[in-house]
Every structure is written in structure tokens, then in C-alpha cells.
Design a protein around this ligand. Structure first.
Ligand code: F6P
Length: 755
């Protein structure tokens, strides 16, 4: 880092050195000239003083023509170290007396014949001398001239010394300024680097409003730009590595990637939740339901593109009736593209593995939502058993020894290792759809080593954000004996390599040819809700889960009405909450609290027209959600902690009119990408209230500008890109593994030959 800041400083130091040298070049002769003039003036004065001392005796001796005394007088005068010689010229211009040192070439120091002025500074072969004269007079008669010659060689010495000091001074100045520049630039470089590293690590991305402590405040305006540049850079990198731009990510491309780079079309997905649930209706008919699940939304789009087999828990009441004897059912039911293989669980298995270990243990452990995780040995035993059952299903479904297995989520932390043991050549890509906590928080899990060991059976391990990826690397570093390459983000464990990466999940950009125009949705939804046509609506849709910040959202609504009473009776939040994990006590009590708070707020505003909160605790189909998205002025996503949150992206995709505003929690993975949303801390109720008000009153031009940028990003960074990046990385690792195998085989052969 020092050498880099040094190089940068050189850009400043070099011109500075040139400038200072130029300065010295001009200043030194000037100083020389000045000192010379001072010295000449000094010697003029000195000569005058000496002359007046010599005047009297000299006149007397000259008149007496006393050569001996004149010589003595002159000799004693030149004892002075500076006075070099004396001469006396009579009124006829004859040099009559002089000291032995008197330069003959000087003569009587007459005016030059060319009429120019005599100069007191005369250059002689022995060096420069200063010459001055004084008239020796007797009353009004001029007897002659006394010529005084001073040695000037000391001036040259002085000038050389001055030059030395001036140059020394400039050199010192240059060194001091350079050192100061180096220190200041080094410190600034460190500050900037810390800020940039924050952006790269994704810490700033968690909130545009809450930069990390390491970044200096002057970084703020540049953060957005830097993120943009990083995205562009990433795109560029993908392109230059043979991959076309993100805008090109489409189902066909994913399919061809799978066939070309992974040498096969066999994709196996494992998840707990199935993409299609067959339920028996009260009238005896069978209904197909799509679950409220971000995982299903994303992975289903990929499976439609790639085909293959999706292995999941058959949880619908009519699921068993719809499968063949291999427990297979082709889906989507209206236009089959892949096979759903259902795995049946007993009540006890479901209770221990799904409700118990996964949702009472791992779920609260990974989400920082202040609900205490519960770990029971009996749940763990079921979790291990069910992971084994699903692993067996994967092994049974695999038609080759090297299938691509996409393992989904925290329900199957042990499955990658189990599959790896049976199918060592399989490409296992595990994606963790929820956050990963810091190593200390994760450490409270009694089976932490087993979970980490199980996950490291994967070829690739994916998280939504760099922050969760880093937490995972730290956790492994703390609890397992591994070798971690931070730069390459790989973990070497038991002779196997796992690539750990962040792959932000997304949605398939929708194509709804039949969807009603926004104005129609606007009108129909208000008619349906029984509110006036100009009634303002915010919309929230979540699973009924304590991590989603539904209570905080209601509080923000109430606070907004208190702060802006003009909104009372003219605004409502429509909250759809799909029942979820309702067998668990924590979820039952959460539902109660949600119902109570909505009722209490509505009660407080009873009589003011439409209630502020319209709560619908029931499952809704995608088409209905689309209509709500298109009818609402604002969409509220206020999760207390969320891996990504695809509702935010679905809302953007639904708004092809580029209208509406998104209020988004900074604790979602989505906030790292959707910088133009109104980002809030959901725990800060006032902030949520103000963001909601701002969204409701946002000018159309601003809505459009923000929406355009966010929609463009989601369209380009779609779910095919998410899956594509994982598959590309997997292909790269597979190739590397093949090369390594060849090298190993080669070296074994060599050793045998040597032996
Ligand atoms: O958020 C994690 C997750 O697995 C999602 O992928 C999915 O949307 C949700 O939980 C569904 O939960 P469940 O399958 O328990 O209803």
C-alpha cells in the first residue's frame, strides 16, 4: 500500500522538484548579484575611510618628495588583509609611488579610451579587485591621486558559499514538502481504501444511509457511483471471460450453458418446499396451489428452462393422489417442463426436521430478529434422518455418476456430504437462502461442526451477499480445521475444495400479456376494497413471519398518520400475510400480535373512513398480487433481516408504468442492489413513517426516475443470471478438477515407474 501511495505522491513530488530547481536556478544569480553590489558599496566606503586617514601624511610626504616615508606609509597600510595595493599618480598622470603588489596593468586607472565609464570592479589575471581613488590636494591645488586596490576574491568565496546555502535550503524544502505529501497521501489513501473495501465487502451496501465506521464521510457521494462502476466492471469481466452481458441472460442461454459447459442435461433440485401443491378442496376436487416462497419463485423459473427433476416434500393433502408409482408428477400441470419427485415424511419427521430443527433452531439462529433459537436432540435426530432420506432420493434419481445437484436452503445442510459420499463426481451447488450470522452467533448451535462439515460436501456454496459469505468463511475458520484462501474464496477440507461465493438471487422478468392496465387495477382494487377512487394505498405481502417486520410496518403507518393528520381517512395499508409454519407457538403468537395491533390501530381511527390497515391473513395467487402491486402508490418491505426479499423485485417488475415507490428495509439483501428505493431502518419507526409519506407524495417524475433505474437492474440481473453464474463457476471447477485428476494420475504413474 505504501508503494502505491508513494507512486501516487510522485505525481506531485516530481513537478514540485522541477519547480523548486527552476526557482533555485533563478534565485542563485540574483542573490549573487545582490551580495556583489553590497560588497562593492562596502569597499567604496572602506576606501574612502582609508583615503582620508592617509590623506594628510601622504600630502606632506609627497610635497617633501620623501620616498622612504611614502613607502613606509603604503607598506603599513597594505598590512590590512583586504587592502591589496596602493599607488600614487601625480597630476600629470604618472605613477610615482606604489606598493610592490600594485598591478602594473592598472596604471593610473584612467578613463578608458573608448569614452566608457570606469568600473570599480576590475578583473585581473589573479582575480577580481576593487579600485577606488581619492584626490590628494593642497588647498585648491590637486597634487595627485591616491589609488586604493582591494582584494575581491573573498566575494567569490562568499558567493560560492551563498549558492551552497540557497541550494541546500531548496533541497531541504523539497524534502520536507515531499515527506509531508507522502504522509498525508498515505493517510488519505488508507482512509479511501477502507471506504472502498467496505463497498467491495458489501458492508455499505446494507444501507445507503448507514455507512460503516471505516468509511470517511466524504466517501458518501461516491458510494453510489462506485457501486455502479463495480457492477459495470463485473459485467465487463463476465463478457471478457466469454460470457455475454447480463441483459442476455434468458432461459435458452441457461439451457445451452448446461449442455455445453456441464456436459449433460441432468439437473436435480432438492428443496423442502415443493413448487406445486395439490390440495383436496371441500367439494372433493383437487386444486393446485403455488406456495408463498421466494425460493420457489426463483428456482421454478430455472427448472422450466433446464428441465430435470425437482425433489421436494409432498405436503399437499392431495399430493399422493397425483403422483405415479415412482412418486413423480410432471409440472407445471398445464404445460409440463420438468418432473416433481415427492418425498413423503411422517408427522414425526416433519415435526422434528422441519418445524423443530429447521424452523425453531436454524431459522432464528440465522436471522437476527431477537427470537431465541431452540435446539432439541430429538429434532436433530429427525433432521439427520430426513437429510438422509432426501439424499437417497437424489442418488436414486441420478441417471449418471456426475449430475448437477442444486441443493436449496437450511433444511439440507447435511445432504451435500451424504450425496458427495455416494456420487463423488457430482457437481453439488448449495444455495443458502437465508442470512448467515457471525461466527459467534452461529457457535451456539450444538451441532455446528456437523452442519459445517455437511455443507462442505458442496462443490459450490452460495449466499445472497458478500457479508453472509464472509460470515460463513469466518465461521468455518473458527470451528473446523480447514485451509481457507480468502482471495479465491475457497475452503480446502479433507482433500476437497469448496468454492464459496455470493450470488444475489432474483426473479424471472415477467411477461404478462393478459395483465390489466395500471389504471384498471387502480380502479378495480379500490372498488373491491370499498374505498374512494382517490384513496391512497400502500401494499405489503409476506409470509406471516416475525422476521418480516410486519408489526414495525403497522407502527410506521400509525406514526405517519400522527405526523400527517391530513392523510387520515385517505390512506390505507393493504397487508397480505400468507399463513406460514402455523404449527409453531412462536408463529401462532405472532399472528395474534399482528391481528391485535392492526385492530388497535384501526380502532383508534374508527369513524375516519376506510381503516388505516386492511389485513388479509390468507394465501393469494400471483395474479392477485400483481393487481395489488399495480394499484398501490407504495410497496412496503420492512424485514428485520432477510437474505434477499424477492417481493421488492416483484413489485418493481409489476410496475411497467414506472410509477409507485418502494420503501425497503436496509436489512434485506435487496437493499444492496436497489439503491433508488426509500431505504429505512425498520426499527426506526419515525424513519419508516416519513419514508411512507414521502413515497405517497412523491412527484411522478421522481417515481419514474427511481423506478426506471431499479427496474433496469432487476431486468438485467435476473434469476437466469443467478443460476448461470453458479453453473459457470461449477463448470470451471469441474474442468479444474479434471486437470487435477490428470496431474495426479500422471504423477502416480511416474512414481510407479520410478519404484
Ligand atoms: O426465506 C427462506 C425460505 O426458505 C425462502 O426461500 C422461502 O421463501 C421461505 O423460506 C419459505 O418458507 P417455508 O417453506 O417454510 O414456508
Amino acid at each position: 500500500m505504501l508503494s502505491r501511495s508513494f507512486k501516487l505522491s510522485l505525481r506531485f513530488i516530481l513537478p514540485l522538484a522541477i519547480l523548486l530547481s527552476l526557482f533555485a536556478y533563478i534565485v542563485v544569480p540574483l542573490m549573487d548579484n545582490l551580495t556583489l553590489r553590497w560588497s562593492v558599496r562596502d569597499l567604496d566606503n572602506r576606501s574612502q575611510l582609508l583615503a582620508s586617514t592617509l590623506q594628510l601624511p601622504l600630502r606632506e610626504y609627497v610635497q617633501a618628495n620623501d620616498r622612504v616615508r611614502i613607502k613606509r606609509l603604503f607598506d603599513s597600510a597594505v598590512q590590512d588583509e583586504r587592502l591589496f595595493a596602493l599607488g600614487y599618480c601625480d597630476s600629470n598622470g604618472q605613477l610615482r609611488y606604489q606598493t610592490a603588489s600594485y598591478p602594473a596593468s592598472l596604471g593610473c586607472w584612467n578613463e578608458p579610451a573608448d569614452g566608457s565609464k570606469r568600473r570599480s570592479l576590475v578583473r585581473l589575471p589573479r582575480g577580481p579587485v576593487h579600485v577606488a581613488e581619492t584626490l590628494i590636494q593642497d588647498d585648491a591645488n590637486v597634487l595627485g591621486r591616491l589609488i586604493l586596490v582591494h582584494d575581491m576574491s573573498f566575494i567569490e568565496r562568499r558567493s560560492a558559499e551563498t549558492t551552497k546555502y540557497v541550494l541546500g535550503f531548496f533541497a531541504l524544502l523539497a524534502v520536507a514538502i515531499s515527506a509531508l505529501t507522502l504522509v498525508v497521501s498515505h493517510l488519505s489513501w488508507r482512509g479511501w481504501l477502507a471506504g472502498v473495501k467496505d463497498v467491495l465487502r458489501g458492508q455499505l451496501g446494507r444501507s445507503a444511509r448507514a455507512p460503516s465506521a471505516a468509511a470517511s464521510p466524504e466517501m458518501d457521494p461516491l458510494i453510489g457511483e462506485l457501486r455502479g462502476l463495480l457492477e459495470e466492471y463485473h459485467e465487463e469481466r463476465q463478457r471478457s471471460s466469454g460470457e455475454s452481458g447480463a441483459a442476455d441472460w434468458a432461459p435458452e442461454k441457461l439451457k445451452s450453458l448446461l449442455q455445453q459447459d456441464l456436459a449433460g442435461d441432468e439437473v436435480l433440485v432438492v428443496s423442502n418446499r415443493e413448487p406445486y401443491i395439490h390440495d383436496a378442496a371441500a367439494d372433493g376436487t383437487v386444486r393446485v396451489r403455488r406456495p408463498a416462497s421466494g425460493l420457489v419463485t426463483a428456482v421454478e423459473a430455472v427448472m422450466r428452462a433446464c428441465s430435470g427433476t425437482w425433489i421436494a416434500h409432498g405436503a399437499g393433502s392431495a399430493d399422493k393422489e397425483t403422483v405415479d408409482r415412482n412418486d413423480h408428477v410432471p409440472v407445471p400441470p398445464d404445460n409440463p417442463r420438468y418432473t416433481l419427485r415427492r418425498v413423503w415424511l411422517t408427522k414425526q419427521e416433519e415435526q422434528g426436521y422441519y418445524y423443530g430443527f429447521a424452523n425453531e433452531g436454524l431459522w432464528p439462529l440465522c436471522h437476527i430478529a431477537h427470537v431465541r433459537p431452540v435446539f432439541r436432540s430429538s429434532d436433530w435426530a429427525e433432521y439427520v434422518k430426513v437429510n438422509r432420506r432426501f439424499a437417497d432420493a437424489v442418488i436414486a434419481e441420478a441417471r449418471s455418476d456426475n449430475p448437477v445437484v442444486l441443493v436449496q436452503d437450511y433444511h439440507f445442510a447435511l445432504l451435500p456430504r451424504m450425496v458427495r459420499e455416494a456420487l463423488p463426481k457430482a457437481t453439488i451447488i448449495t444455495f443458502w437462502h437465508i442470512p448467515w450470522p457471525n461466527s459467534e452467533s452461529f457457535g451456539i448451535c450444538p451441532w455446528r461442526e456437523e452442519i459445517l462439515d455437511g455443507m462442505l460436501g458442496s462443490t459450490i456454496l452460495g449466499f445472497h451477499t458478500p457479508f453472509h459469505r464472509k460470515n460463513f468463511l469466518d465461521t468455518v475458520d473458527r470451528y473446523l480445521e480447514t485451509r481457507i484462501e480468502q482471495e479465491a474464496s475457497t475452503i480446502s477440507y479433507g482433500g476437497e475444495l469448496t468454492q464459496v461465493e455470493d450470488y444475489p438471487i432474483s426473479i424471472a422478468w415477467p411477461d404478462y400479456p393478459d395483465i390489466a392496465p395500471v389504471e384498471q387495477c387502480h380502479r378495480e382494487i379500490r372498488d373491491y376494497l370499498g374505498v374512494p377512487p382517490d384513496h391512497l394505498l400502500a401494499f405489503g405481502v409476506d409470509r406471516l413471519d416475525y422476521t418480516k417486520g410486519i408489526l414495525e410496518r403497522f407502527q410506521a403507518v400509525e406514526r405517519m398518520l400522527q405526523l400527517h393528520p391530513g392523510m387520515v381517512g385517505h390512506f390505507s395499508l393493504v397487508q397480505i400475510a400468507a399463513p406460514s409454519r402455523s404449527d409453531l407457538e412462536e408463529y401462532m403468537s405472532f399472528e395474534q400480535r399482528v391481528r391485535q395491533l392492526a385492530a388497535a390501530i384501526n380502532e383508534r381511527y374508527a369513524g375516519a373512513g376506510a381503516p388505516p390497515i386492511i389485513l388479509k391473513i390468507e394465501h393469494h395467487e400471483q395474479e392477485d398480487l400483481q393487481r395489488y402491486f399495480r394499484a398501490s402508490e407504495v410497496c412496503m418491505v420492512t424485514s428485520l433481516h432477510d437474505g434477499m426479499n424477492l417481493v421488492a423485485k416483484e413489485y418493481l417488475a409489476a410496475r411497467d408504468d414506472e410509477g409507485g415507490a418502494l420503501v425497503l428495509s436496509q436489512f434485506t439483501g435487496a437493499a444492496r442492489e436497489l439503491h433508488e428505493a426509500l431505504i429505512i431502518n425498520p426499527y426506526h419507526i419515525e424513519q419508516g413513517a416519513e419514508a411512507l409519506y414521502r413515497g405517497l407524495t412523491m412527484p411522478v417524475s421522481e417515481q419514474r426516475e427511481r423506478m426506471r433505474a431499479m427496474r433496469d437492474r432487476v431486468r438485467r440481473f435476473n434469476v437466469y443470471r443467478w443460476a448461470g453464474h453458479m453453473l459457470l463457476d461449477a463448470a470451471r471447477l469441474r474442468k479444474r478438477e479434471k486437470v487435477m485428476q490428470k496431474i495426479r494420475a500422471h504423477s502416480r504413474g511416474g512414481l510407479r515407474r520410478v519404484g
